[in-house]
Design a protein around this ligand. Structure first.
Ligand code: C2E
Ligand code: MG
Ligand code: MG
Length: 739
């Protein structure tokens, strides 16, 4: 490559100093001519051209190739050659051709005698830059000719370099490049463009771009406007065509992204356009997949909360415009947590998939079924004319879900509770509708599950509270927020304590003391009850043992158990272990089960009750009289105690039927040899009536309210002290035998 400004070590006719200059290689055997050239160039007012003079063709060729020649310029700094074609060792056109063959990139100026002008012209035709007649050269013409030669050669070099750089870039980049002329005919394709379009540059050149580069919208399949035509037309860079596919020569397709820019000539006129595009099939497929994942539930493939929300908003906008109705069905599976815990998560997952399938089968394709998470689904019915349409769908869904789900050779039974909210009646906003359908679902749960409920405005407050309790239960055990209160059972004859019932309370950080009726059903529904029950059992056994150790009179400990706990795998073993841990005999423990639960899950519960009884633990039927258990049923179970529900006791004075029921239960208890305890004894009148009926034991505020462990121990101690002289605290309330 040439250096326009070369720092060379110039000798010979030149000054012999380091200068910034261009070297001209002068090949001339005539000393007079050589000196003239030197003279003319040194006189030039411009930057001096250094001259390196050699006398023969051989020497000239040597200078053009060899480096390190003492006193000679490096070959790559020679900017031009001035040559006399007639030299001692080479004559005529041959002189030119030898030089040109060796260094075609260096401009050659032929110095010629007038009679050899024809030969000089021939040299120019063969590639020499120019010729001058020796007789015509002067201090103006020679430097000017040389400089313009050198400049032209430098420009050609630069252009070549530029072109080369562009070519290499175009060949090596990963993007495809196509260019066209101003009429949209293909002028260039790089290798990537060739392989992407299926057209080689040779075949494509001159064809209309639309033939080589066919693009369409990926979704609508409409032919997309060619970005290059637009770039030419509007004379500006045109950005990416979105969602566009390239249809290759063989008909296959690739997702692409492109951008085009016009090409200008020196006057700024558009002469064509260039387009860069790349295959984004992978990236687009990936982004589609990611979009799908972001909007769908991976387990059921149903739209997730995000996508559902979008669809609901769209549906609401449409419904608003066309005055349509919409219905939202909020569905929650009943006691799903229990299935998940007892059968394992894999079965739980299969069950959720089965539910998703059935839900889809129950609705129209225009409806949306979505899984919000856990066992919560929501269904958007977009074509409802009246609320009955929603009822129809809800019933259909409940029926479909109630058919046993076959999973892993097992038939699993499942029910669901559905809350319904309709647009516009129950709300105009997506969030409101969802919330109201959710509240209605909670009401469906409260009313016994496996059913549906419409939203009603009063549900709002009640259920919001319930939801907030549910979230608090999560951390209540770790947060030591539960405590136990203790209430004694009392012998109605002697006034002595016959036992003590542990009753749980929740010291809620914001709400204060929360009673079990407010949170136990929620704990059962959301699967917290097992952990809570376990805590109760530990804590009550520990406390009971501590009292014994302190020398207080031993009392049988009654603990309330929910059927959910009872059905937990390993429940009986757990009880045995806890008793052992605290050193309590099974006979000192009584489990209270509510009659209603007992009736609902008769077979399995009966087996567990039997094992508990075998272990030695006593069993009490709590709230007896409210659950309509049959006598035969009672006979079948190893029941030790019946606790007459407090509603009978409270109506004792006013309701004869209740009095007769109590009397019957007392009689039956005696026949079956079970303990009878009347719950909720509040007044002396009630006590008197119970005593008259021969009820052996009671429990209630009249004798003692549920007390904290600390208060209860004080009561026990004082009672133990009082019992030495025969006057118990509770005895104060017993009717005077004489009065
Ligand atoms: P329950 O087992 O029938 O307990 C008796 C309920 O009646 C207690 O309510 C007690 O405070 C209340 N009570 C006692 N004497 C009287 C009275 O003279 N008049 C009136 N009106 N009420 C009286 P509490 O403590 O609110 O418990 C309610 C229910 O919650 C219990 O009914 C029991 O079924 C359940 N429960 C309590 N503790 C636990 C527990 O640790 N685990 C489970 N699973 N359930 C529990
Ligand atoms: Mg109880
Ligand atoms: Mg009770």
């Amino acid at each position: 490559m040439r250096h326009e400004c070369a720092r060379i070590h110039s000798q010979g006719l030149a000054s012999g100093q380091y200068v910034v200059s261009k070297t001209v290689l002068l090949i001339q055997d005539e000393q007079r001519d050589a000196l003239l050239v030197q003279e003319l160039l040194s006189r030039s007012s411009d930057e001096a051209l250094q001259v390196h003079w050699v006398r023969s063709c051989r020497e000239g060729l040597k200078r053009l190739t060899e480096t390190g020649h003492a006193g000679a310029p490096p070959p790559d700094t020679i900017a031009a050659v001035v040559v006399d074609l007639f030299l001692p060792d080479s004559r005529g056109i041959e002189t030119f051709e030898r030089l040109y063959a060796l260094a075609p990139q260096i401009p050659i100026l032929v110095l010629s005698a007038a009679q050899d002008e024809e030969l000089a012209r021939l040299a120019v035709r063969r590639g020499a830059q120019d010729y001058l007649l020796k007789t015509h050269i002067d201090e103006y013409l020679l430097p000017k000719t040389l400089r313009s030669m050198i400049e032209r050669a430098a420009n050609a070099d630069a252009l070549f370099e530029e072109k080369e750089r562009a070519q290499v870039t175009l060949k090596s980049i990963g993007d495809a490049v196509i260019s066209t002329d101003v009429d949209g005919r293909v002028t260039y394709l790089n290798t990537v463009a060739e392989s992407m379009t299926g057209w080689s540059l040779q075949e494509a050149a001159g064809r209309p771009l639309e033939q080589v580069f066919r693009i369409a919208d990926a979704t609508t399949r409409d032919v997309t406007q060619n970005p290059m035509a637009l770039a030419i037309q509007e004379n500006k860079t045109v950005g990416l065509t979105s969602n566009c596919v390239l249809i290759r020569r063989d008909g296959t397709e690739a997702a692409i992204e492109d951008s085009s820019a016009p090409i200008h000539d020196r006057q700024g006129h558009v002469t064509g356009a260039v387009m860069v595009f790349r295959d984004v099939s992978m990236a687009r497929a990936l982004s589609l997949k990611m979009a799908h994942l972001a909007q769908h539930d991976s387990l059921t493939e149903l739209p997730n909360r995000i996508l559902f929300h979008d669809r609901l908003i769209q549906a609401l906008a449409l419904a608003h415009r066309h005055h349509h109705r919409l219905a939202l069905l909020f569905l929650d599976l009943d006691r799903f947590k229990r299935i998940n815990d007892s059968q394992g998560h894999a079965i739980g997952d299969c069950l959720l998939q089965s539910v998703a399938k059935r839900l889809l089968a129950c609705v129209r394709s225009s409806d949306t079924v979505s899984r919000l998470g856990g066992d919560e689904f929501v269904i958007l019915l977009s074509e409802v004319t009246c609320p009955e349409d929603a009822v129809c769908s809800a019933k259909k869904i409940l029926l479909a879900l109630s058919v046993p789900h076959r999973i892993d050779q097992d038939d699993l039974n499942l029910t669901a509770s559905i809350g319904i909210a309709t647009y516009p009646d129950d709300g105009a906003e997506a969030e409101t509708l969802l919330k109201h359908a959710d509240l209605a679902m909670y009401r469906a749960k409260d009313t016994g599950r496996n059913t549906y409920r419409f939203f009603e405005p009063h549900m709002d407050r009640h259920t919001t509270e319930r939801i907030s309790l549910e979230s608090g239960l999560n951390r209540a055990i770790e947060g030591h927020e539960f405590i136990l209160h203790y209430q004694p059972t009392v012998s109605l004859n002697s006034g002595k304590f016959t036992g003590v019932e542990a009753l749980i309370r929740w010291r809620h950080p914001q709400r204060g003391l929360v009673l079990p009726s407010q949170f136990v059903p929620i704990a059962e529904e959301f699967g917290f009850i097992t952990a809570i029950g376990r805590w109760v059992l530990h804590e009550a056994c520990r406390q009971s043992q501590a009292w014994r150790a302190a020398g207080l009179p031993p009392l049988r400990l009654a603990i309330n158990i929910s059927t959910v706990e009872l059905l937990e795998k390993g429940f009986v073993e757990g009880v045995r272990a806890i008793l052992r841990e605290h050193g309590l005999a099974p006979q000192d423990l009584e489990f209270e089960l509510t009659e209603t639960f007992l009736m609902r899950e008769s077979n399995t519960t009966a087996a567990v009750i039997k094992s508990l009884s075998d272990l030695g633990v006593r069993i009490a039927l709590d709230d007896f009289g409210t659950g309509y258990s049959s006598l035969s049923h009672l006979k079948r179970l190893p029941i030790d105690t019946l606790k007459i529900d407090q509603s009978f006791v409270s109506n004792l004075a006013t309701d004869n039927d209740d009095a007769s029921i109590i009397a019957a239960v007392i009689g039956m208890g005696k026949g079956l040899r079970v303990r009878i305890i009347a719950e909720g004894v509040e007044t002396r009148e009630q006590l008197a009536s119970l005593q008259k009926m021969g009820c052996p034991e009671g429990q209630g505020y009249l004798f003692c309210r549920p007390l904290s462990a600390h208060e209860f121990v004080q009561l026990l101690s004082s009672k133990a002290a009082e019992s030495r002289p025969p006057h118990g605290a509770a005895q104060r309330y017993l009717p005077d035998p004489c009065g």
